[in-house]
Design a protein around this ligand. Structure first.
Ligand code: GTP
Length: 493
């Protein structure tokens, strides 16, 4: 996801600013210009960038920054708050209730990923015990019904559609009625698209909406549409009452900044993002952890969740223990690579760590990354046990590297690359040193009600320092809500 680069650019701009000897208005302006450039490159709408720049300038007072405060943190917080403000329209979207019928209508242009997203949305809820159903009211694209039927059958979700009927309004109304009678609690209506915004499409949306009376209209947007996002979202909002946004294809080379524009145009929150073509490649969207990750501030709660989700249960205690020790060895890297190859998404675990973009296994480049990881593992197969268990990369002198390259049939350059990767991962790993791992029975004690004082004692000193000491922690807890930080310790959510 190119959005990751935005985080990198902003972090660099902040770093440059805090390196300056005197922080005056000029330095702050330069930093803001740099951040604005990065946002524009990520396809955030020009007007929004300009407003954001003006807002930050108002909030951040260079005199404050000069007076020995942590300048980088003040600016980072201002950027964080502004991005959150844009992404959070201030009111939550309609939330369907399990057991009570809700009608959800999906709208979007052709190819935005609407049909795929309808099924993902149904599947997501079905896994949580809902009784979803899909209605195909797309009579415009030949093959749309077949696609929905195929997806629905695969996911074992009831569906309704017709090969004969050409009136989408009629199909939508019939389908909704049928599933109401069958007591489905989530009736999802997939609608037609067009290649571009057309009056006929908007009229059709208006009529389908009138006939089905949806509780929520979700606007589906392809994240790669760039600057067009604002106008497109606004055009849909003007014909039907869009209440939420789902941004698809966040896995590709999309710049993703359009998501911010879509929220601004519809005044509705992003509720999910699509991260691939498969059914499970669908994530709940949370503003604060998202922005936090974007700015390289790390997403601690997401990190621990991912460990629970991705790492096999029997390996979790050992992995957490090793994290708490902070010592990273070649053997540990080898084991993580094994998991990564077996399970695919473990790279996501690392991407949650501050400063670590999923460079090792970027989305969309899985094949190349897997081949690279396999090459690394072949090289590690040529290492001695001492080398594998050592935390000291200096053991690997030139002659050992030559020997490993020869033994594994790879070049010395590749061995050097692997060692660089090891050092990079070890550095990230070391940040978790001292992490307190609760014993089974202690979980509740570390739960969401923990106050900043208790939390500061539980946190490893490095982590506490990283969040800006006690003050920073209090702010972070305020920003994220205790439950998110509680989640970091495996507390019940
Ligand atoms: N990589 C990736 N591909 C996606 C994602 N969501 C959908 N797609 C792909 O995008 C293409 C278009 O998706 P559809 O679901 O057919 O699009 P649609 O908006 O329903 O199109 P119409 O029915 O013509 O309006 C398909 O090839 C999907 O597999 C995603 O999150 N990531």
């Amino acid at each position: 996801m190119v959005l990751g680069q935005l985080g990198g650019s902003i972090t660099r701009a902040l770093q440059q600013m805090s390196n300056a000897t005197i922080i005056d208005e000029k330095v702050v302006s330069e930093c803001l210009n740099e951040i604005s450039r990065a946002l524009l490159q990520a396809d955030v709408q020009f007007k929004m960038v300009r407003d954001m720049q003006a807002n930050i300038k108002r909030i951040v007072n260079p005199d404050d920054l000069a007076a020995g405060h942590n300048k980088r943190r003040i600016m980072q917080k201002a950027v964080f708050d502004e991005l959150c403000r844009i992404l959070d329209p201030g009111k939550p979207s309609y939330t369907p209730k399990k057991g009570k019928t809700s009608i959800i209508m999906f709208v979007g242009l052709q190819g935005s990923g609407k049909t795929t997203t309808c099924t993902k949305y149904a599947h997501y809820h079905q896994k949580k015990g809902w009784k979803p159903a899909l209605v195909c009211a797309d009579t415009f694209r030949a093959g749309a019904f077949d696609q929905l039927k195929q997806n629905a059958t695969k996911a074992k979700i009831p569906f309704y559609g017709s090969y004969m009927e050409s009136d989408p309004v009629k199909i939508a109304a019939e389908g909704v009625e049928r599933f109401k009678q069958e007591n489905c609690d989530l009736i999802i209506v997939d609608t037609s698209g067009r290649h571009k915004q057309e009056a006929a499409l908007f009229e059709e949306m208006r009529q389908v909406s009138e006939a089905t009376k949806p509780d929520l209209v979700i606007f589906v947007m392809d994240s790669s549409i760039g600057q067009a996002a604002f106008d497109q979202a606004q055009a849909f909002k003007q014909s039907v009452s869009v209440g939420a946004v789902i941004v698809t294809k966040m896995d590709g080379h999309a710049k993703g900044g359009g998501a911010l524009s879509a929220v601004a145009a519809t005044k509705s929150p992003v509720i999910f993002i699509g991260t691939g073509e498969h059914m499970h490649e669908f994530e709940v969207f949370d503003v604060k952890p998202f922005v936090s990750r974007l700015l390289g501030m790390g997403d601690w709660s997401g990190f621990m969740d991912k460990i629970h989700e991705v790492v096999p249960t029997d390996q979790q205690p050992e992995l957490l223990q090793k994290l708490s020790e902070g010592s990273f060895t070649m053997r540990l890297m080898y084991e993580q690579f094994q998991n990564m190859l077996k399970m695919g998404p473990i790279g996501q675990v690392f991407s949650m760590l501050p400063g670590f973009s999923s460079e090792l296994m970027p989305k969309g480049h899985e094949k190349e990354s897997q081949a690279k990881i396999k090459r690394y593992m072949t090289m590690m197969d040529s290492m001695t046990n001492d080398e594998l268990d050592s935390t000291n990369p200096k053991l690997m002198n030139e002659s050992r590297m030559l020997r490993i390259a020869r033994g594994s049939g790879r070049s010395v350059r590749e061995v050097v690359d692997m060692m660089e990767e090891f050092k990079r991962l070890a550095k990230i790993w070391s940040k978790m040193k001292g992490l307190k791992i609760p014993k089974k029975g202690d979980m509740s004690a570390l739960s969401r009600n923990m106050n900043a004082q208790q939390m500061s004692k539980a946190l490893p000193p490095q982590v506490l320092k990283q969040v800006g000491g006690m003050g920073g922690l209090q702010n972070l807890m305020k920003q994220m809500g205790n439950k998110d930080l509680g989640g970091m310790f495996g507390g019940e959510r």
